[in-house]
Design a protein around this ligand. Structure first.
Ligand code: NAD
Length: 681
């Protein structure tokens, strides 16, 4: 017979041991952004289930008091967050020595989690949302408390298992195994859609991890500044004919979104020396980047915004202008007034288009929040109408010579879902891609991912600024700027990184590198830790990378052998990293493009200066990258084939990639045409 006293006695890690009394409701600090209410849609039966699910964390003595409180949270906010269990005040990633733990990894992951929830870093810190409108560290504050406790007791002989924010428990493993293994939002195939997932999230059984939110590896908007800088710079070279040694001086980039990740666009355009106008409907987000210096000016009038942009273009001076308003209004003005835009994109949260990610035209941000809360019947149609108009405007600008690219926010898919089938290459469905290119398909795939260049990152766990300077310098010394133009860009990036003041939150750095570059830098850092030059370092990467993510509308958009709809690569990457002993491995559904649209994974590796970690670096980092390059090569991507040929040569006797033979197009065409002609007869 089950009784709660027996259950309590069976556990040594539990909430009641952390508090003498039920903790008081923390005060909500004014000015800290709150997540919009996720519209409540559960049936009475499911509501009972959600309540019982949340009470699983709570000792019986508090059920009477917390059940109505949790129900109120569910009815009014659409989720049970368990606000009462949030630690009061400002959470931030502190120096590792300030955390308790039985192993360095347990302490290191506490730094990372707290950084993901920092008021300065997180989008909706009270709702545990780090970025991308819905990307959460875990589902609720009860989980947060338990995770922290588990990380404190975790030893080198154990692995913490995290299922969609829920700490399932500690299980015996070995020092060679990951210390933490995470999945977020994974669904069984026939239920793998936003509706079923939303119900699961409201029931408290699934978490949207985005990428580095639920993978605990977010490093603030800096994480995407480098990628955005490379994307727009290469768009300029490839589409506007700018020579490889020049920048975007005098060129206009128009886009939208000044949120968690999209907030990087202003900084990136300034580093690339161009002129940017970025539309944003939420003034508080503009304010954040203005204070940070990543935006230089706010204007709420399109004519004025384009006038100032033009003046800067003429003087070849860089500026990032925030247009406070709807992007569709901004583009209407550009089309009606024949404004020349060189590069055009969008970074509203279209992966969660009906959940608050995209604001319809004609209403304010505050009005959209109210419509979202009340579940207004016409809200979806307003969004669809705006998306269709947005598409028409993009099309008009492209017809006049603008280069438009989808910047990984599922914009093209959202337009298709809003009823525009002509956006598909085949005019019917997205299986063959869209008429406009995604940035990976056109730029990042062939120029970076196919070589293995991807967003490698590290956090100096000491919290010491000096450590960051030393690691920047050491990383720079590992790059040969003469090898390829990509290396020159990366060299310049790291050379100027400190000057560009990119750090928000922990002392972290992003740097695009290929397999060998990442391995050499990690080995160099681990030696520095061993020699006492720096404190321990967390090494990781964005899931948005060469090998970690299967996403036909984004990371694998330039896979053209039909395997773009499969997810074998991401799963192998995750499993291979676990087998090779990364400290943390994470696998998520959705990422930047929404539930059912991607499977994505990442890792964390704590550099503690040991030779054990040297071995993991040598085994795991080349695999993490080259698994992706090998798959891209098998899809007949030319630059990956070249990279794989070189790899087989330099790693003879240790690694070996299967490389495709290339069939003659004419021979295949002729054969198939003849066969089909016969079939018709
Ligand atoms: N390309 C990449 O590498 C990459 C990386 C991370 C995220 N993403 C994707 O980019 C999108 C944005 O990410 P984020 O973290 O910045 O999300 P976010 O929700 O924090 O920011 C999006 C911003 O767009 C604004 N917005 C919404 N509708 C608007 C409209 N019609 N006009 C003007 N502004 C509007 C919102 O107010 C919000 O501030 C997401 O879909 C995310 O998945 C892409």
């Amino acid at each position: 017979m089950l009784d709660n006293a027996r259950i309590s006695r069976a556990m040594t890690i539990k909430l009641e041991d952390m508090f003498d009394d039920l903790p008081k409701m923390p005060e909500f600090v004014d000015g800290i952004r709150r997540a919009p209410t996720r519209h409540f849609t559960l049936s009475p039966k499911d509501t009972r289930l959600a309540l019982k699910n949340a009470l699983r964390y709570i000792p019986e003595k508090w059920h009477q008091q917390l059940a109505p409180e949790f129900l109120e949270e569910l009815l009014t906010r659409g989720r049970i967050y368990g606000y009462r269990f949030r630690p009061g005040g400002h959470i931030n990633g502190k120096p590792i020595d300030e955390y308790e733990g039985n192993c360095i990894e347990g302490r290191a992951f506490q730094v990372m989690i707290d950084n993901n929830l920092d008021f300065d870093v997180a989008l909706y810190p009270y709702e545990l949302v780090t970025y991308g409108e819905t990307g959460q560290v875990c589902q609720n504050w009860m989980q947060y408390r338990l995770i922290k406790k588990y990380l404190e007791v975790l030893t080198r002989e154990q692995t913490l298992v995290m299922e969609s924010g829920h700490p399932l428990g500690l299980f015996t493993s070995s020092p060679q195994a990951p210390r933490v293994i995470i999945t977020n939002g994974l669904m069984v195939g026939c239920f793998d859609d936003p509706e079923n997932w939303s119900r699961a999230a409201a029931l408290g059984v699934s978490n949207y991890g985005q990428m580095t939110a639920g993978g605990w590896m977010y490093i603030g908007p800096q994480g995407i500044v480098h990628g955005t800088y490379s994307t727009i710079l290469n768009a300029g070279r490839d589409k506007l004919g700018i020579p490889p040694d020049q920048d975007l001086a005098g060129r206009l980039f128009v886009t939208s979104g000044i949120g968690g990740m999209s907030g990087a666009q202003g900084k990136a355009i300034e580093i690339a020396n161009g002129v940017g106008i970025i539309a944003e409907v939420d003034y508080s987000r503009i304010q954040t980047r203005l204070e940070q210096g990543w935006i230089s000016k706010v204007i709420d009038n399109p004519a004025e915004a384009f006038k100032i942009a033009r003046e800067h273009q003429q003087k070849k001076k860089s500026i990032a202008i925030a247009f406070y308003g709807n992007v569709v209004d901004l583009l209407e003005y550009a089309v009606n007034n024949k404004i020349k835009i060189d590069l055009l994109s969008d970074q509203t949260s279209c992966h969660a288009v009906y959940e608050g990610g995209y604001c319809p035209q004609g209403i304010s941000f505050e009005e959209r929040t109210e419509l979202l809360r009340s579940g207004h019947a016409g809200f979806k149609e307003m969004i669809d109408t705006t998306l269709r108009r947005h598409y028409e405007l993009v099309k008009a600008l492209v017809d006049r010579g603008t280069y438009f690219f989808d910047y990984g926010n599922s914009f093209l898919k959202a337009v298709f879902d809003a009823g525009v089938t002509e956006i598909c290459k085949n005019g019917k469905n997205p299986i063959d891609g869209f008429i406009f290119q995604s940035y990976v398909e056109d730029l990042m795939g062939p120029i970076l991912f196919d070589y293995g260049y991807g967003p490698f990152r590290w956090v100096c766990l000491s919290g010491n600024e000096e450590d960051l300077k030393k690691t920047d310098k050491a990383a720079m010394a590992c790059i040969d700027p003469e090898r390829r133009f990509q290396d020159r860009d990366n060299y310049i990036w790291i050379r100027d990184a400190a000057k560009n003041k990119l750090v928000v939150g922990t002392k972290a750095r992003i740097l695009y590198q290929d397999a060998v570059g990442r391995m050499n830098i990690a080995l160099r850092f681990n030696t520095m830790v061993r020699d006492g030059e720096i404190g321990p370092v967390m090494m990781g990467r964005d899931h948005h990378d060469t090998g970690g993510t299967d996403s036909p509308f984004r990371e694998t958009a330039n896979i053209k052998d039909g395997s773009n709809i499969t997810a074998d690569m991401a799963i192998h990457c995750y499993a291979g990293n676990a087998a090779r002993g990364m400290s943390l491995v994470a696998l998520h559904n959705g990422g930047g493009v929404g539930i059912g649209n991607a499977i994505n994974g990442g890792f964390g590796l704590v550099l503690d200066g040991s030779e054990r970690v040297d071995d993991i670096i040598r085994r795991a980092i080349p695999w993490d990258v080259m698994g992706g390059v090998a798959r891209r090569a098998w899809a007949r991507n030319q630059n990956s084939i070249d990279t794989s040929i070189q790899y087989n040569d330099t790693r003879k006797g240790s690694d070996h990639i299967t490389i495709p033979y290339i069939a003659d197009d004419d021979m295949v065409d002729e054969l198939v045409s003849e066969a089909f002609a016969k079939l018709k007869k």
